[in-house]
Design a protein around this ligand. Sequence first.
Ligand SMILES: C[S@@+](CC[C@H](N)C(=O)[O-])C[C@H]1O[C@@H](n2cnc3c(N)ncnc32)[C@H](O)[C@@H]1O
Length: 296
Amino acid sequence: MELSMQEFQELSKFIYKLCGLDIKEEKHYLVKQRLSHLALSFGSGSFQGLIDKIRTGSDTRLRDQIIEAITTNETFFFRDVHPFDTFRDLILPRLGEIIRQRKASPHQRKGAKVNIWSAASSTGQEPYTLAMLIHEYVTANGHRGITLQDFGILATDISTGVLSKAIAGKYTDMEISRGLSPERRDRHFRKDGNMWAVSEALESMVDFRRVNLTEPFTMLGGFDVIFCRNILIYFDDDTKRRIFLQFHQALPDTGYLMLGACENMNMLSDKFESSRHKDTILYLPKKTPVVAFAQK
Ligand SMILES: C[S@@+](CC[C@H](N)C(=O)[O-])C[C@H]1O[C@@H](n2cnc3c(N)ncnc32)[C@H](O)[C@@H]1O
């Protein structure tokens, strides 16, 4: 099935509107490869037919299937290792301190959680990695008054397909072996038929929700830590600017933003400063101190 340059441009414009992916001409082959089955089933065997169907705008199922087909969902446990070492060694102890301060303060709501967001979480390996580290931290620090309930993890993605898999929390032998030691596998997963199912403890720590990062997301509220890794590379600069601005609003001055190995802010936001911890670059929000005016 042929995909003309004009058809490619129409489809890539539609994909951009749908999920912000900025697909350049050299990825013509990718659009052809990933959408040809949809052209067959929805477009009577041609890309023009698929475009006509898209133009009617009535089929939300088609929109979802285009998202499923075009997005790259590659992920694995402890991806790149060092960001999670930094989370364990630097961020978690500071979150522990924040929890203790919040619990001790008479002005804070008792039990106010620290919130961690895995944005573009794919099939769940990233949020479950964070949950494993928190579980291990709490087990080691339980005597200091910190519990699993002090942490909330929100995992979001645009694709309902990957979210369903993440919610099910079941992984094949191959998936479980990617990044996970046998010790952690046996500690946090149990065998379920020919799959590995995440433990109830980890399952209860993560909430999943569909969020399109190219649409406003300030309604999600505030977070102490945001992991947004291996998705910004697919967006253009305008989209990234809008996302950074909202991340800045969502984080307190003690917050952390973590990007993927090939991603950086690259002059797109002056609202963060970067800080290195071993091999990890952390982005720290710059916040103007609130000035209290004395009342006359
Ligand atoms: C390569 S995976 C990254 C997964 C994980 N963060 C990691 O680093 O291993 C990228 C994910 O971004 C999701 N995605 C693509 N466009 C998105 C959008 N506009 N909003 C939210 N998620 C999106 C895809 O569905 C995919 O699951």
